[in-house]
Design a protein around this ligand. Structure first.
Ligand code: CS2
Ligand code: MN
Length: 361
């Protein structure tokens, strides 16, 4: 297991590369050009600038998260071919600087969706929170109307200045079913994966977060059965998964350990984090420790060890601790603590395996 740490770039992250290099066992950053809009080709000089910054800190740039997919590709619009051509050129450029894995997602309109970015936990720390009743069974056009009338009703991602843009996207997705989205994903993969194969880059789709449809928008990367279907859309080791325990774990029916075993050779990148799911379906992000949430993090790390996982991993969202001012979910402290917990589990698994090898006849 190779450990990375997400970094949003110089001037765009409260965490510095010097801090990251001091977290035990971290060998690389998980990075992206966050100022390049989805659909545009990444400029080589900007890619090289990140490569040089990371190299100065002794960190690799093997994993990119994310090269975002333009909505026209997800919608299957004729203009998708131009955006796909840009995507291919970005893959080729990333190969030139030694990138090994590209994470991306295929969620319409929103990336991760929460109702509160700083909900207080019992210990006074804060974390990302999802309140089901605020999102589910709500007509998005009705929500836009309500926020327009009373801006205090707003939620993360629904800031008044984004409402016109959101409305246009919701209109575009009307009538787009899950089956349409599967078709558009297949088309995208059939174009992209051959290029990735040629470049030696593994594509790794991130599951939908939360893993169910929201606001009437289709979502498909949500469960073990759907991941199986996804892998069959294009059968290649270069068409893989970013297995995110926190995203999938928001649905307690998802058995992450079983997924690690079933998809063992198709997981180039692991996101490991915990969530606590409440009986009413709300969930909050917690520390990475198994006992603090409902996701079996100890079992997950053991499963990665059992399959001989040599891919990349990172802690995922953390809580905001000790008064830290940071990007929601992406502070230094809780993710660094998370890494030490993950290494503790991993090293324990190594010791057990070595002992078992010794006593074996
Ligand atoms: C995060 C995502 O929600 C999560 O678990 O890891 O924000 C992730 O970074 C992107 O969806 C990947 O494209
Ligand atoms: Mn994730």
């Amino acid at each position: 297991m190779q450990m990375g740490f997400r970094w949003f770039g110089e001037g765009n992250d409260t965490v510095t590369l010097d801090q990251i290099r001091q977290i035990p066992g971290v060998t690389g950053i998980v990075w992206a050009l966050h100022d390049v809009p989805a659909g545009e080709e990444w400029p080589m000089d900007k890619i090289e600038a990140v490569r040089d910054q990371a190299a100065r800190a002794g960190l690799n740039i093997d994993v990119v998260e994310s090269v975002n997919v333009h909505e026209d590709i997800k919608l299957g619009r004729p203009s998708r071919d131009g955006y796909i051509a840009n995507y291919k050129r970005t893959i080729e450029k990333l190969a030139q600087v030694g990138v090994k894995v590209i994470c991306y997602n295929f969620m319409p309109v929103f990336d991760w969706l929460r109702t509160d970015l700083r909900k207080e936990l019992e210990d006074g720390s804060t974390a990302l929170f999802y309140e089901k009743s605020k999102i589910e069974d709500i007509d998005p056009f009705e929500l836009v109307r309500r926020i327009n009338e009373n801006s205090a009703l707003t939620m993360p991602g629904w800031e008044p200045e984004r409402l016109a843009h959101l409305t246009a996207l919701f209109e575009a997705y009307q009538g787009v079913t899950q089956e349409h989205l599967w078709d558009n994903l297949r088309y995208f993969l059939s174009e992209i994966v051959p290029v990735a194969e040629r470049c030696g880059i593994k594509m790794a789709i991130h599951p939908d977060d939360p893993p169910w449809p929201v606001f009437g928008l289709p979502r498909i990367i949500t469960s073990q059965a759907n991941l199986r279907r996804f892998l069959k859309l294009y059968d290649s080791p270069y068409n893989g998964i970013t297995l995110c325990s926190g995203s999938l774990g928001a649905n307690p029916d998802n058995d992450i350990v079983a997924m690690i075993h079933e998809f063992a050779d198709r997981i180039p990148f692991a996101h490991i984090r915990n969530v606590r799911v409440y009986e009413n379906g709300d969930f909050i992000e917690t520390s990475h420790r198994t006992q603090d949430g409902t996701v079996d993090i100890a079992g997950i790390v053991q499963a990665y060890h059992d399959i001989g996982f040599t891919g990349y991993a990172r802690p995922d969202h953390g809580r905001h601790l000790w008064g830290e001012q940071c990007r929601p979910g992406y502070g230094l402290y809780d993710r660094a603590l998370g890494i030490m917990y993950l290494w503790g589990l991993w090293d324990g698994a190594e010791r057990r395996a070595a002992r078992e090898r010794k006593v074996a006849p």
